[in-house]
Design a protein around this ligand. Structure first.
Ligand code: ACO
Length: 328
């Protein structure tokens, strides 16, 4: 009996792209708004600036621009896409899904488009979901987008949260291809959630409770502890499944929440800092958009090359957390 097709197909990356709002807000700009300092923000987080959406810039406009950039990088037309997954916690509207708005903006009339919400882990969850669709043989070519406008969830008078986040979007094009000897594609994924941690990172509003959008609330120290303490489990799961370890990994592209969390996680796993892609200094924490923004930056500057082994990893509200290994 022949093996089921799930073992014969791989989700291969064809292209990557990103988009950022025009306006850059530096730490010096924030010093004029709240009682903070460039020194405090850089020392605690590594963030120097972030992009903040202006009038007319929304999650769907940023997501559409990132999708167009990824399609151009892949050299494929929008109408060949039959699956669009948008990871976001900041949709343009409660409904319809941001994914269907992006689908329409791209002129795609076939296939399926939906949103996925796992906060900062959203992109890892979306890649994992797309991979399962593609390897099942049900869909052929996917756009996986992380797009956020967290600036619109922030209390701009709360210095403990407003300095941490930024807006942006990133996207990859994945295609189902027969497994090749080079083993290109998504080769391992591992996801986790534990809803008991809700109070540590949440938004205090929503359509079914307050009828408002609400503001982001966070117990920073608890998030930090969880991020460094528990996330390594999903990474070691991926290492084991892919037959890879910290020494054979080419690039580690973690969620860009905080430089100290990233450095502590890398150190715990024995991943040298030269292999870590860092964009948190330029973008701040863009939640589900941070990993594809970092991937796009590292592909554009020539660091990530075809055939290399890349690990993505994130922790987010819920808590949710996950990792994936992709042979580029
Ligand atoms: N500027 C100046 N001072 C500040 C600021 C600020 N922006 N924010 C807080 N402080 C003050 C506090 O009021 C406190 O003052 P006090 O000692 O007089 O009470 C002092 O700085 C220390 O505050 P802590 O909260 O203890 O600072 P900590 O060292 O824990 O750093 C931080 C805070 C950066 C948020 C840290 O806890 C952290 O990185 N947590 C992870 C959270 C994170 O990255 N979340 C992102 C979302 S989740 C995700 O994406 C994984």
């Amino acid at each position: 009996m022949s093996e089921p097709s799930i073992h014969l197909l791989r989700s291969v990356v064809l292209g990557v792209g990103s988009a950022l709002p025009q306006r850059v807000v530096t730490n010096a700009d924030l010093e004029k708004q709240v009682d903070t300092s460039d020194d405090w923000i850089v020392q605690r987080t590594g963030i120097r600036q972030r992009h903040i959406a202006g009038p007319g810039e929304t999650t769907s406009t940023l997501g559409t621009a990132a999708a167009r950039a990824a399609l151009a990088n892949a050299g494929v037309e929008a109408e060949t896409i039959d699956l669009i997954i948008v990871a976001t916690s900041t949709p343009d509207f409660t409904f319809p899904a941001t994914a269907t708005q992006i689908q329409a903006a791209l002129g795609v009339t076939q296939g399926v488009a939906f949103d996925l919400q796992a906060v900062c882990s959203g992109f890892v969850f979306a890649v994992t979901t797309a991979d399962k669709f593609l390897r099942s043989g049900s869909h052929k070519r996917a756009l996986v987008i992380g797009a956020e406008t967290f600036s619109r969830l922030l209390n701009w008078e709360d210095r403990t949260t407003c300095v941490l986040f930024g807006d942006g979007a990133g996207a990859i094009v994945l295609e189902a291809q027969p497994a090749s000897p080079e083993e290109r594609g998504v080769i391992a994924t591992s996801l986790r959630s534990d809803g008991r941690h809700r109070e540590k990172l949440y938004v205090d509003g929503g359509p079914s409770t307050t009828g408002t959008v609400g503001h982001l609330k966070m117990i920073g120290k608890d998030v930090f502890r969880h991020a460094v303490g528990q996330v390594t489990g999903v990474m070691t799961d991926c290492f084991a499944a892919a037959g890879v370890d910290a020494t054979t990994l080419d690039w580690f592209v973690p969620h860009q929440a905080n430089r100290r969390i990233i450095e502590a996680s890398a150190e715990k796993l024995g991943i040298p800092l030269e292999k870590v892609v860092l964009t948190v200094d330029r973008h701040g924490n863009t939640s589900a958009a941070s990993i594809p923004l970092a991937l796009a930056a590292a592909v554009a500057d020539g660091r990530i090359k075809k055939g290399q082994t890349v690990m993505i990893e994130a922790v987010g509200g819920g808590f949710t957390w996950g990792a994936a290994i992709i042979r580029w």
